[in-house]
Design a binder for this molecule. Structure first.
Ligand code: AMP
Length: 364
């Protein structure tokens, strides 16, 4: 009699591109994935088995019978972590508790005044909505010179952070296994445009001296939360110091390059940790780049680029919307240079700056 090797099913809260890419990465591991639309829930009852595993591709979701069926399952991994990290107040409090450096901040309550904020945090203070903000949304700058005031409806709904004059933004994507050991990819350098990640580069030699500092920070967070799976930590680099800007208890856009740059992508890594499968070294041999395709129509030219991977999310095109990404990963400088030049020609004008920055960083 032959036996079939089959893992319990993986259910994902959320059905966006992250869940789709997780599903794609899980298939070779014989893990069947079902992503669930929890924003527009239907009234079906999900056929979840007791041994199935539940994860999420987002940190927040509206409560419904459908979402409760998933989030109340005994195998909802990291179930207690999402609410802590989805709220900037509890997330910042956690960082302070662990003495992980982050920009100084206050909870914007009924008493907090602009004067107090500027006298303690400086001339530039950034209000951030406690929940729901992403890609630069849910932010409000208070500038002392312009006498900007705290909007009334932001009280008790926001935190206030010192505006940081950072050198650049980097992120660390790593994972914690069931036995408590942690693994990490090399640091990623991220460039944003209008608050949205546009290009990232990983494995740059010039950032390697910050790797162990970043790993210590993320390990202490994941250990404290007894976390299992992939987590991303976005940081500001100020000289040789890292300050955490934001944590995401999930796979992250700044880890997309791992699909082409490592044998185990962040999506596969997440699945491996959830199923307690072995995780051999995550080494990547050379720098890799990722270009987000934002608000731009599909272009079949992209498929002609050698040593590149296109991921198109099949969403309706809207300005500022992430619609896909390209991973460029090759040790050949000529190929990389020609690919970037082609993209400068094919993509909208506002891509020239980030793509030229990419060439400079890669010294090609
Ligand atoms: P976030 O939504 O927290 O990821 O912030 C989006 C972007 O706003 C970041 O990538 C930074 O470029 C900028 N930003 C966030 N927090 C600060 C801060 N405290 N000081 C300066 N810029 C910030």
């Amino acid at each position: 009699m032959t036996m079939t090797y089959k893992q319990p099913k993986l259910w994902v809260l959320g059905n966006g591109q992250l869940g789709a890419m997780m599903s794609h990465a899980a298939q070779p591991l014989a893990v069947e994935v079902e992503t669930v639309d929890i924003v527009n829930p239907d009234d079906r009852v999900l056929p979840i088995e007791p041994n199935d595993i539940i994860t999420a591709e987002r940190e927040q979701w509206p409560e419904s019978e459908l979402s409760l069926q998933l989030s109340e399952h005994k195998n909802f991994i990291n179930g207690n972590v999402f609410s802590i990290l989805a709220d900037r107040y509890t997330q910042k409090s956690l960082l302070d508790k662990l003495s992980v450096p982050t920009s100084p901040w206050f909870l914007v309550d009924d008493e907090l005044s602009e004067t107090k904020l500027h006298s303690t945090l400086g001339k530039r203070v950034l209000l951030k909505r406690r929940t729901g903000g992403y890609d630069g949304r849910g932010q409000h700058w208070l500038k002392q010179q312009e006498k900007t005031t705290i909007p009334a409806d932001w009280r008790n709904e926001a935190i206030a952070e010192k505006g940081i004059n950072f050198d650049e933004e980097v992120s660390l994507v790593g994972a914690r296994k069931k036995d408590g050991t942690c693994v990490f990819y090399p640091l990623t350098l991220n460039l944003h445009q209008n608050g949205i990640l546009i290009v990232s580069i990983a494995n740059l030699d010039r950032l390697s001296h910050l790797q162990s500092q970043a790993e210590k920070m993320l390990s202490s967070i994941m250990n404290d939360l007894d976390y299992i799976g992939v987590m991303a930590m976005e940081c500001f680099r100020v000289g040789d110091d890292l300050l955490v800007n934001e944590l995401a208890p999930r796979v992250h856009n700044s880890g997309h390059w791992t699909q082409a740059g490592c044998h185990i992508s962040q999506f596969e890594l997440h699945v491996r940790t959830l199923y307690d499968l072995p995780i051999p070294s995550l080494n990547s041999a050379f720098p890799s780049a990722m270009v987000n395709l934002i608000g731009t129509e599909y272009d079949s030219n992209w498929l002609t680029l050698p040593n590149s991977e296109l991921y198109w999310y099949n969403k309706n095109v809207r300005p500022g919307r992430k619609l896909g990404h390209l991973n460029l990963s090759t040790s050949s400088h000529e190929v990389l240079k020609a690919n970037i030049q082609n993209l400068i020609d094919w993509l909208p004008e506002h891509y020239s700056e980030p793509l030229n920055w990419l060439k400079e960083e890669l010294k090609i």
